[in-house]
Design a protein around this ligand. Structure first.
Ligand SMILES: [Zn+2]
Length: 159
């Protein structure tokens, strides 16, 4: 019988985490898409978050100021759904092509909010105009904080 490795990876610490409906939907969906247990989705998400915050923590130190290192911003690529009820096509948009950065200083370092207001986005299927506005925020830089994206039918359709 082969012995276990010396450094056992026992998971005997238990957290109870409260989720709202939307977070539960995301967890369930991510679990289904990747065929992984929900707990594994949590652990992977933690690892990604940890690494980005760790990087920010080290690179924001004075000694790194002149090193030429720059923190990568988070992705602003999102799947949005056409708001016209007879279409509802889902397609990808990179809001980095449209957003402006608003920076502010917080206790964890710099916050960077990517703000966009697009009134001439065209649905790739029905070709109608879509109005999308919102914000994707990273805080500290490199780590996802929150987002709010509103999608409406374009102005031209309402005239
Ligand atoms: Zn459409």
């Amino acid at each position: 019988m082969r012995g276990r490795p010396k450094k056992e990876n026992t998971r005997d610490i238990v957290y109870k985490v409260r989720l709202n409906e939307e977070e539960d939907r995301m967890l369930t969906q991510a679990s289904e898409w990747t065929s992984q247990a929900k707990s594994e989705v949590f652990r992977k998400a933690l690892q990604v978050y940890y690494k980005s915050v760790e990087l920010n923590e080290h690179l924001s130190n004075k000694e790194f100021e002149d090193s030429g290192w720059a923190l990568d911003h988070i992705s602003q690529q999102r799947i949005i759904r056409c708001p016209y009820s007879d279409c509802e096509e889902e397609f990808a948009v990179d809001f980095a092509d449209y957003s402006e950065e608003q920076e502010s200083e917080g206790s964890m370092g710099q916050r960077c909010e990517h703000v966009f207001d697009i009134d001439d986005l065209e649905c790739p299927v029905c070709r109608r105009l879509i109005h999308v506005r919102g914000v994707i925020s990273e805080y500290p830089v490199g780590a996802y904080e929150y987002e709010q994206i509103e999608i409406d039918e374009g102005a031209a359709e309402n005239e």
